[in-house]
Write a protein that binds this ligand. Sequence first.
Ligand code: URA
Length: 250
Amino acid sequence: MKIRLDRWLTTLGAGSRSEVKQWIRGGQVAVDGRTVSDPALSFDPAADRLSLRGKALDGRIVRHVMMNKPAGVLTAARDPKQPTVMDLLPAEYRSMGCMPVGRLDKDTTGILIFTCDGELNHRLLSPGRHVEKCYRVIAEGRMGPQETALFAHGIHLSDFDAQPAKLEILRVAGDPETTLAEVTIIEGKFHQVKRMFAATGHEVLQLHRRSFGPLEADPDLPEGAWRELKEDELRALRQAAGMAPAEGAE
Ligand code: URA
């Protein structure tokens, strides 16, 4: 993925946008060993070597983001027809190799983590890691202790046995009746929550993820908004993934 050279230098923290423009125009920046002068030059951080005043700039930036995913966007790196969660982030995050950790369905809202750290991403999704995800659910019909027991026991689905999950019924209301509940699962199979509810006879009408591992959805993030993870959040996330604190974090 290519990006404007001045934008990339700013992303690297080399200087402000106007400063880096001046440096480029002043012949202080080289790409693959050749001095350049156009701040709008198309630059590929994955392939091109960059130097400033003769000194190589390490283009590896590792960022971690929390988004409040809105309904109506796909959790995918890109899609030819439909908007994706990557479209909600600035272009440089794609250039940095930032990817969503797991996926939420198109109609699901709530906390979605992105990271440029492939190992962290992989570990957080590893089935053996048992990272908890908590969802708030509105489901069709009246649910009660019987369903709570079924979830606690684990539910047989057509292609796998979902592990025991904690189901808490918060409210049953309305006519026709619907149930507001919270469910915590330790896996992340395709449509897992919807399928577990359907297996007990209750269609999910709304699904919102409240937490991912140690991280709670930020109530100050409107749907579609995102922010970088704070240092303590990253530390907790790495711990959940069985990784030591990031260098420079302590
Ligand atoms: N389970 C689902 O069914 N959908 C999601 O988006 C997440 C978990």
